[in-house]
Design a protein around this ligand. Sequence first.
Ligand code: GAR
Length: 195
Amino acid sequence: MKKLAVLVSGNGSNLQAIIDSTKCGILKNMAKVCLVVSNNANAYALERARNEAIKNLYIKWRAFEDDSFFDREILKQFQNLKIDIICLAGFNRILGKSVVKIFDGKILNIHPSLLPKFGGKGMYGRFVHEAVIQAGEKKSGSTVHFVDENYDTGKIIIQEAIDVLPEYTPNILAKKVLEIEHKIYPKAIKKIIEN
Ligand code: GAR
């Protein structure tokens, strides 16, 4: 049974999809979410973790300092709980070099576009969908990839596309992309565990 930690900043619908898949979906008897960490005290994702009786922590992200405080705290937690895989799910910060190095090949991120398109610093959440629509793209989608030291550049694990219809607003597109994210994230985790 692999132990998962999930890092979140917002609503946490991907967190919920991962939890559900460990309870009664494709990750059943394979993985368990043991820790949820947020850099946002008000993230609804933390509430979801509480509802599932999963250990959850808010750790303040200190701007204007190096990232070592957050990194040190999460590293301690990961090591104490013997976490095997770390999933970034709507986490709006980049992880420090130390964490990435120690957990190399064990940190996954989901991004709401067909990377390498519409990735990079500042490209998250609705900004991605606005940019996709503004560019007149006919396809968008989601990508699960390994995390390296940069934004959205790690090796791709799974990518799935959807059509962008002319009537789509950024909100509609966000919803459609989330629907596929909830399927591909558990699949990507399964793939990593099986390999
Ligand atoms: C998801 O669409 C995820 O791909 C995106 O934020 C949303 C979080 O939704 N992540 C990024 O943009 C990271 N660059 P959720 O909180 O409901 O899972």
